[in-house]
Design a protein around this ligand. Sequence first.
Ligand SMILES: [Zn+2]
Length: 103
Amino acid sequence: MECESFLEHQRQMPTTLQIRNIIDRIAARQLFCVLTWIYRRLERDAYLKPYHSLGGHLLVGLDDTQYCSSQTIHCECCSSRTHKNGTISYFHSAILPVIVTPS
Ligand SMILES: [Zn+2]
């Protein structure tokens, strides 16, 4: 760390919102190679070994979430939903894979 204090280091770290704003501009398919690289490194260094189960497989649960939901602010990448009363909600979605084990 180049900061004088841990608190200052924390202040200089990008926020989740800043990371989302950067990643939202990138097509998902462009991130696949990054995810593959991360997965191979985790496997190579045995970080995933404790999570192998049921014959050496990784169980992955999928969930989704929406964020940046608004009826006024939106961008060209937003998904939208028209409600019965005619209002439109704009939002971004994400799939959240989580490695799980029976134990
Ligand atoms: Zn948007």
